[in-house]
Design a protein around this ligand. Sequence first.
Ligand SMILES: Cc1cc2nc3c(=O)[nH]c(=O)nc-3n(C[C@H](O)[C@H](O)[C@H](O)COP(=O)(O)O)c2cc1C
Ligand code: SF4
Ligand code: SF4
Length: 271
Amino acid sequence: MLFTTFYFSGTGNTKWVVEQFKSTVIQSGHQAELYSIDDFKRCKSENLIKIVKESTCIGFANPIYGADIPSIMKAFIRFLTDSLKTEKVYSKPFYFINTFGYVNAYGPFEAKKLFDKDCFKLMAYVNIRVCNNISTYRHKSQLVSSKKLRIRKARAEDELKIMINRLLSSKKHIKGIGPYLLPGILIRKKTQKVIQNNYQLLSVQAKTCNRCMLCLNNCPTRCIKLNNQQFEFSAECTACMRCYNFCPTASIWINGIYTDPKEYFRYRGPE
Ligand SMILES: Cc1cc2nc3c(=O)[nH]c(=O)nc-3n(C[C@H](O)[C@H](O)[C@H](O)COP(=O)(O)O)c2cc1C
Ligand code: SF4
Ligand code: SF4
């Protein structure tokens, strides 16, 4: 069987999870491929159709933002399902993996809404708790300890093994249904606008920026531009906070406010 996972990872948690997924599938004697959807607009839909056709099972993996799926993943799913509409074939089984820090509240029902049911059939849905990846003046949080992270990673590996075994025996494995889906509806309502407008809050502090261009080159939606020596952020921003977390000089400010990395951690992945 060939398991193909399309993933988005802003700061590395989801990437780590899908890499574990891949190695477990391979250890079980099957095949697995991973495709990052960063900058997916540059890829050709014929290539995607070919990838889907050759796969036994398709997966989608992403972090949870404001109890929702990041806009980049939603746009990718629309792009993929639209590309597939021109073809007949499909009712491929699919799995959904979400990573989160505190509370996942997306839920398999919501995930299913994104897909054309003739296209993909939901076989597995899991939420993997890794850790929060953002600390700002708006939401100051503590970096999770390495001990806690180790425990969560071990738990994640177990959860993935169970999911893979179920998929291999063509059995459904749907997690993430529970009472916490209800507050999720409120969280989504409350944070939707803030996340959509994230780009308006971001700016580059010229005094400290060393023009390394890391933010611009690593932005998954290519929404940072340098015009007349001024950095500009546009609405395609998916709020991943990669630019904020990885800037070597902490020159990305939020709402015009400097956040000292000694006080507000910058998160650069679970490794
Ligand atoms: C804009 C934003 C919103 C987030 N919202 C939530 C949330 O609603 N619930 C939660 O548990 N974690 C939330 N997180 C934390 C991420 O879901 C979590 O750290 C995830 O594992 C990051 O994955 P990545 O490293 O692959 O980007 C949020 C992170 C960001 C940047
Ligand atoms: S990553 Fe930071 S230092 Fe590098 S160009 Fe962007 S803002 Fe400037
Ligand atoms: S501008 Fe920053 S937060 Fe927005 S998508 Fe690009 S890297 Fe992510």
